[in-house]
Design a protein around this ligand. Structure first.
Ligand code: SAM
Length: 266
């Protein structure tokens, strides 16, 4: 799954390079079948849910501390609800919560079918973040590096696309570098996908500008990046972060006029 090729200066450039090789992007039936699982629900499930990735323990630890009855979780790039199944298996969702997955149409179709068969009661799906319900926790696990503009540099980013900002944001399996942003292309089963290595400062600043503070961070040892002919861009692991939005800086609260300007919140 981790076959990387080439370095590019933008998502658009990487996309054009990917298109010269094969179909581009994640909205693909064969890819969805690998990630979400077969129609035969009696089988053990999708590849990704069979074994727990090391860094998923960090996300699960924070979820055990943060989740409250009545909470809504958005799982951006959550494929067919694989991590929902993992959390269910570990008993994290033994309380009334709503888990809403936002992903590509092919993933969503398979995810819905799978969870109907599994009779999952608390998961829903959609393919637009802007249409997702208000949430308490945003998860983005191994997903935002594939998105065209997650940090809102040319249009709405992930946070600008949400109806209201959640208090907690957990991002796992993200490639951060202490150099300028750069894009490569990752080949999957049938497609090739632009893949961004984020400049760490730009990534952190985006969340800080929306009132978040870094609360925790961890190493992701199970995923490495090795781009042939570019050893200078090799990553021995990805990273995970937990951002928390301080109640005093939440712009969704009703505050006296001038309050946002005084705190310089965007
Ligand atoms: C590597 S998989 C990660 C799946 C899962 N979150 C996990 O941790 O195993 C990347 C996921 O991001 C999704 N994705 C890519 N671009 C997306 C976009 N623009 N909007 C929503 N989901 C996207 C893909 O369809 C895929 O399900």
């Amino acid at each position: 799954m981790n076959l990387f090729q080439g370095l590019h200066q933008s998502h658009g450039e990487a996309e054009a390079f990917a298109a010269s090789m094969k179909k581009v992007g994640w909205d693909d039936e064969a890819l969805a079948k690998v990630l979400v699982g077969d129609e035969d629900q009696s089988r053990s499930g999708p590849e990704l849910s069979k074994s727990l990735q090391t860094s998923q323990f960090a996300v699960m630890l924070w979820l055990t501390k943060l989740l409250r009855p009545g909470d809504t979780i958005i799982d951006l790039g959550g494929a067919g609800g694989t991590f929902y199944e993992t959390c269910t298996r570990y008993g994290l969702l033994d309380m009334p919560v709503l888990w809403h997955v936002v992903d590509m149409p092919e993933m969503i179709v398979r995810g819905r079918a799978r969870h109907e068969a599994l009779q999952s009661k608390t998961i829903s799906f959609g393919s637009h973040l802007a249409e997702a319900p208000d949430s308490d926790i945003l998860l983005a696990l191994g997903a935002i590096q594939y998105m065209p503009d997650p940090l809102g540099e040319t249009g709405p980013g992930i946070l600008e696309s949400m109806k209201a900002l959640p208090e907690h944001v957990l991002i796992n399996k993200v490639p951060l570098i202490d150099d300028d942003d750069v894009w490569t292309v990752q080949s999957h089963v049938t497609t090739a996908c632009p893949y961004r290595l984020f400049n760490r400062r730009k990534f952190m600043s985006y969340f800080e500008a929306h009132g978040y503070r870094l609360h925790d961070a961890w190493h992701v040892p199970e995923i490495t990046v090795e781009i042939p002919f570019h050893p200078e861009r090799a990553l021995p692991g990805l990273e995970g972060v937990y951002f928390r939005r301080d109640a005093r800086t939440r712009s969704d609260r009703v505050e006296p006029a001038g309050w946002k300007d005084a705190l310089q919140i965007q």
